[in-house]
Design a protein around this ligand. Structure first.
Ligand SMILES: Nc1ncnc2c1ncn2[C@@H]1O[C@H](COP(=O)(O)OP(=O)(O)O)[C@@H](O)[C@H]1O
Ligand SMILES: [Mg+2]
Length: 272
């Protein structure tokens, strides 16, 4: 039997009390996939992630994570512990704490919580992710002293320290310059190749999807549609088969017009 989808949304309508922000979203993400969602500011990308995280309860439709419906607060909390989340606002950057503490916090709810203090396994996980993301020399530095790119790597290390089954990133490269953006996405792609953890990231910059997302979707005015695969910049996997599957999933809606060959391209030749 094939494993349950990591994420399954059916007919999700959600918002904040006024007119719905998500207006009938269907999404299916298979375990191990890497899905990138672009779309203009205000389209509902963060709202979509909040629904997946169980932080916003939809008015209509169903949400299942790893085959489990998010039906009450308990199931939402349980599912959330399996998700590594890199939020849009750079949370660790705002707090006066060291890189070490910020990454160790990623173990909260897993290795420790409440009266239970971090143990050797928590410290080992924090140490490992700090090293793997090249943050070793900064471990005792205040997060606020770091560059934007380094802070995002701290946020990623913190998310990964919780050993998530699903990694969710909201505009992970928005505040980074071109070099730091590339470094961060390379880092994320390398981790995904190696560990195969299901990954979903959203960005208002479709250029970031090119070459990194295996499946590319576009959110526009609260609806999801497949993003046409451009000639350059797409990986081999982002071929017609996935596109056809996306179209089916997006309920046969016509694909929103995406920029041709989104982004800088030229990455297709890089070997896996
Ligand atoms: N907490 C909130 N309360 C009320 N409206 C919100 C809230 N968060 C977002 N919105 C509205 O929902 C819409 C979609 O926002 P959002 O999901 O943040 O879009 P995106 O991430 O694509 O930029 C916007 O019109 C925004 O103003
Ligand atoms: Mg957003």
């Amino acid at each position: 039997m094939s494993p349950a989808p990591a994420i399954e949304l059916v007919g999700v309508v959600a918002g904040y009390g006024g007119p719905p922000v998500l207006r009938g979203v269907n999404l299916r993400v298979e375990p191990g996939d890497m899905v990138g969602i672009s779309g203009p500011n205000g389209a509902g990308k963060t709202t979509l992630l909040r629904v997946i995280l169980g932080l916003l309860v939809p008015g209509e439709g169903q949400v299942r994570l790893f085959g489990e419906p998010l039906r009450d607060e308990r199931s939402r909390r349980r599912a959330r512990l399996r998700i590594g989340y890199v939020p849009q606002e750079q949370a660790p950057g705002a707090l006066p704490m060291t890189v070490w503490d910020a990454v160790l916090m990623g173990r909260w709810g897993r290795g420790f919580a409440g009266p239970r203090r971090p143990g050797p396994a928590d410290r080992q996980a924090a140490r490992m992710w700090i090293e793997r993301l090249g943050l070793g020399p900064f471990a005792q530095r205040d997060v606020r002293e770091l560059s934007g790119g380094q802070r995002q790597r701290v946020a990623l290390a913190r998310a990964l320290a919780g050993e998530p089954s699903l990694l969710i990133l909201d505009e992970p490269t928005t505040h980074l310059d071109a070099g730091a953006r590339r470094d961060f996405m390379e880092c994320l792609a390398a981790f995904h190749r190696e560990a195969g953890v299901t990954t979903v990231f959203v960005t208002h910059d479709p250029g970031v999807l090119a070459g990194y997302a295996r499946r590319r979707l576009r959110m526009e005015a609260g609806r999801l549609a497949p993003l046409p695969v451009g000639g350059t910049g797409s990986r081999q996997e982002a071929g017609g088969r996935e596109e056809a599957a996306d179209r089916e999933e997006a309920g046969g809606q016509p694909a929103a017009a995406g920029p041709a060959g989104a982004g800088s391209g030229g990455r297709a030749s890089r070997g896996e």
